[in-house]
Design a protein around this ligand. Structure first.
Ligand code: SAM
Length: 294
């Protein structure tokens, strides 16, 4: 019986057999520690009724551990060179489907409908390619897919931003975007030594549990996110300054913005980074009305 794919010896054998070389541009850092993989799968709380979407299976290190516990695994892999390797390494598992596609271009909703109709729940589990971590997570969340949650390895710095609280150094528009859709928690910090090749940055595993309804009630999602981006425009400036400089026609609407801040009971001299998600929602709902966006 073969050793697990993620053991250093087996990984080395597979890479050698296929003459595989890593492409840095595709964020290829493979996991070579079965212990870490077990813990990732534990955090995802996968059962034999779970359908799992994986992004970037590589040579199948995580895919194998998912296949052992889940009902089904469907994995998106962009690198064609990995397809024959996965076909070989994952041949003992009949519940795995590999889709050769850039996940950012994929119709994930359709894949869920076609593959997981007989599953009780769907989880995304992945060791993400670090060059596209944020676009991938935002795509999955903004499309409002029927997901129970997302458990992924990513740069520790990005995990810290996603889980950050108001007024901390890491808190920014990404924190709010992720926390709007999910309960967000960093569950593991991971050393560089568990990857080949070793990445330049520290890594962490984050668990995003998708909320049934967003964290706050917002009348116009697009304006809410525009307001947040505007508020964080220049971190040293006051909220009022940022809104005037960064909202479309902000300067022209100075008095409307001042009134809206007052109605929402938020001091315009504060920094954007001190506002909670509830305060941003309140301000967004008032301001969009006065700017006649509804
Ligand atoms: N899951 C494997 C592991 O843990 O050892 C490999 C993880 S590696 C960090 C990221 C993987 O994502 C690579 O296999 C890479 O080819 C793939 N990848 C990169 N960009 C992608 C994209 N846009 N869509 C799908 N897969 C992608």
């Amino acid at each position: 019986m073969n050793k697990d794919i993620a053991t250093p010896v087996r990984t080395k054998e597979i890479l050698k057999k296929y003459g595989f070389f890593f492409k840095k541009s595709l964020g290829q850092n493979f996991l070579i520690d079965t212990n870490i993989l077990d813990r990732i799968v534990d955090h995802a709380e996968i059962t034999d009724e779970t359908g799992v979407i994986e992004i970037g299976p590589g040579i199948g290190a995580l895919t194998e551990q998912l296949a052992k516990r889940a009902k089904k695994v469907t994995a998106f892999e962009i690198d064609q060179r990995l397809l024959p390797i996965l076909n070989d390494t994952l041949s003992p598992y009949d519940n795995v489907t590999i889709i050769h596609q850039d996940v950012l271009k994929a119709d994930v909703r359709k894949v869920i409908e076609e593959n997981f109709a007989d599953c009780k729940e769907v989880m995304v589990v992945a060791n993400l390619p670090y060059y596209v971590t944020t676009p991938i997570i935002m795509k999955l969340l903004e499309e409002n897919l029927p997901l129970k949650g997302i458990v992924v390895m990513l740069q520790k710095e990005v995990a810290d931003r996603m889980a950050a609280v108001p007024s901390s150094k890491e808190y920014n528009s990404l924190s709010i975007a992720v926390q709007f859709y999910t309960e967000t928690k960093t569950v593991m910090v991971v050393p560089k030594t568990v990857f080949v090749p070793q990445p330049n940055v520290d890594s962490a595993v984050i668990k995003l549990t998708v909320r049934e309804t967003p964290a706050v009630s917002v009348e116009n999602d697009a304006f809410f996110f525009q307001l947040i981006r505007a508020s964080f425009g220049q971190r040293r400036k006051t909220l009022m300054n940022n809104l005037m400089n960064n909202l479309p026609d902000g300067k022209k609407h100075k008095s409307l913005i001042e009134e809206a801040l007052e109605t929402a009971d938020i001091d315009g001299k504060r920094r954007g980074e001190s506002l909670s998600i509830e305060e941003f929602a309140r301000l967004s709902n008032v301001l969009q009305k006065s700017l006649h966006l509804v």
